[in-house]
Design a binder for this molecule. Structure first.
Ligand code: 9YT
Length: 130
């Protein structure tokens, strides 16, 4: 059984800061669960291009307001209680009008310190490592 607290992640290598977000990676591939789970802050006033070509991701908003625009598709508001699941690897913009706190689950699990490349993608090369 695994028991952790967010306080044990903050300011460790599993606390990954990017220009528009801060991902506190609670569970990673090394934990052997088959998914990763993150407590992620999306910084207020930001727009992030994201395209998870090598993963599926589910995102549950617990704080803040914003929107997700599927490129070539619809735009959906995000507020506490909103869930979205990228089951079709949708390329999208994520916008935060106030700081968003999102619980994010990835399959395959992230390995560690992944950040988006210029396409908003995390690499496949790390996707299947345990
Ligand atoms: C919601 C989202 O995809 N935010 C970008 C960061 C990512 N979820 C992560 O690595 O925590």
């Amino acid at each position: 059984m695994i028991v952790k607290h967010l306080e044990q992640i903050i300011r460790t290598p599993d606390d990954v800061d990017a220009p528009t977000w801060n991902s506190r990676r609670l569970l990673l591939a090394k934990d052997g669960m088959g998914f990763s789970m993150h407590d992620t802050l999306i910084k207020a006033g930001t727009e992030t291009l994201i395209w998870y070509q090598n993963h599926v991701e589910a995102v549950y908003c617990v704080e803040g307001e914003g929107e997700i625009e599927v490129i070539g598709g619809r735009t959906y508001p995000i507020r506490p209680g909103t869930l979205y699941a990228l089951d079709g690897h949708e390329k999208h913009y994520l916008r935060a009008s106030s700081q968003l706190r999102m619980i994010c689950v990835f399959n395959p699990p992230l390995v560690g310190r992944e950040v988006h490349d210029e396409n908003g993608t995390y690499p496949a090369s790390t996707a299947n490592q345990a």
